[in-house]
Design a protein around this ligand. Structure first.
Ligand SMILES: [Mg+2]
Length: 404
């Protein structure tokens, strides 16, 4: 059966939220990010882009390029709340949807045409989000995720676009190959050097040639250029958590040891998040006492993947949870409400040094293994399980369940 897939994307999300809170910022060039000397731009308004400003660059440089821009320190908590508001509206209106990042959603509307027109339904959903949250949002509607995402980007800002069945190829043909999701700067440079700049050129060449140039990715890019994509919409709850726990051979009451283990677990799961380019918005700690009574406590937090934010919160949960002076048999932690995203969300308090530190640590781990760099406070828990990439599309997993 032919599918109907909707892609929704909030326009310049952080910037829009700041303008909602303070309407004086409307139409002014705006930078959101860390304001310290070594801060980084997390988001910038359309007005600043003409000056060569882009997210990820040092704030100092952005201010030099665009001196009239207003710079604001972002707030991950505020953005998480607005993201939740939009999620709730979509959840009410659409049975099957995927939250793919803090400001992006896919919904499978297949079959709804029998009752409503899908385009009409999507338009009304968009209007409702606009009206209830005040946030500009755009959508694309087509037979698959890739074409819908490209359509959303063509519709922006604050607009919508439908690609009728059968018109995927002609829609994509005149666009730059840069617009194909997964063609990053490096791939673009390479294809561009070969004289490939327009999607049409890829459409007209045999798939095998693309494979020869780019390997497996070449096949995927060729298919995308031709509007072919079968990836399903993954329901929001599925595979949206990762967890790890430890059962002790000998029950313990050693709080220093327990904290060390929790820190090691957090450090490791946070690394898994970053490796999969994910963020969590809900954390939980579990304790089983020697009498087998099990307690757990969870907490909503602003989206993050940074250990230095997660560790204090995990320890705080543990402190409120561990209130019986009893031996402990098991501890565990879980991160849920996962969405795609990267460091960007944590750029407000962080300096380039901290970001570079994470990049360097993760780089070393990728090369020499998960245990190659760890926090001193987690050293006592050297045997926390280290594992394969958990974000390969499989359902929720318990990452490690190892006896000590
Ligand atoms: Mg967006």
């Amino acid at each position: 059966m032919q599918k109907t897939i909707l892609h929704l994307d909030l326009d310049t999300f952080f910037v829009s939220v700041e303008r909602l809170i303070n309407s004086e910022l409307k139409n002014k060039p705006l930078l959101v990010g860390g304001l310290s000397d070594r801060g980084v731009v997390a988001a910038c308004s359309y007005e600043t882009r003409g000056y060569g400003v882009h997210s990820g660059m040092p704030m100092k440089m952005a201010k030099e390029l665009c001196p009239e821009a207003v710079a604001i320190k972002g707030n991950a908590g505020t953005y998480s709340n607005y993201s939740d508001m939009v999620t709730e509206i979509i959840k009410e209106q659409v049975p099957l949807f995927e939250k793919s990042s803090i400001d992006e959603f896919y919904a499978d509307l297949t079959g709804m045409d029998r009752f409503f027109g899908c385009y009409k339904y999507a338009s009304e959903l968009r209007q409702r989000i606009l009206k209830e949250t005040g946030l500009p949002i755009s959508f694309g509607l087509s037979v698959n995720k890739v074409v819908s995402k490209v359509a959303t980007n063509e519709a922006k800002p604050n607009n919508q676009l439908k690609i009728d069945y059968g018109l995927e190829k002609p829609f994509l043909a005149p666009l730059s190959i840069k617009k194909i999701p997964m063609v990053g700067d490096k791939t673009y440079q390479m294809l561009s050097n070969l004289g490939l700049r327009q999607v049409r050129t890829i459409q007209e060449m045999p798939i095998d040639v693309m494979q020869r140039v780019l390997g497996k990715n070449g096949r995927i890019i060729w298919k995308r250029a031709n509007g072919i994509d079968h990836t399903p919409v993954v329901p929001f709850c599925e595979r949206k958590s990762i967890s790890t726990e430890r059962t002790f051979d000998k029950d313990t009451i050693d709080v220093v040891k327990l904290r060390g283990i929790l820190i090691a677990m957090t450090e490791n799961l946070a690394y898994q998040l970053r490796r999969g380019e994910k963020l969590t918005a809900c954390i939980a700690v579990k304790i089983r006492y020697s009498d087998f009574n099990t307690y757990s406590k969870q907490m909503r937090i602003p989206y993050t993947s940074a250990d230095h934010i997660l560790i204090p919160k995990i320890l705080e949960l543990f402190k409120t949870l561990y209130n019986r002076r009893l031996l402990v048999r098991l501890v565990g932690i879980r991160f849920s409400h996962l969405v795609s995203g990267n460091y960007q969300i944590n750029l407000f308090d962080d300096t380039e040094e901290i970001l570079n530190l994470y990049h360097a640590m993760d780089h070393i781990r990728k090369r020499y293994g998960d245990k190659s760099v760890i926090r001193a406070s987690a050293m006592g828990a050297r045997t926390i399980g280290r594992m394969q990439n958990p974000f390969d599309g499989r359902p929720p997993i318990v990452l490690a369940h190892r006896k000590q």
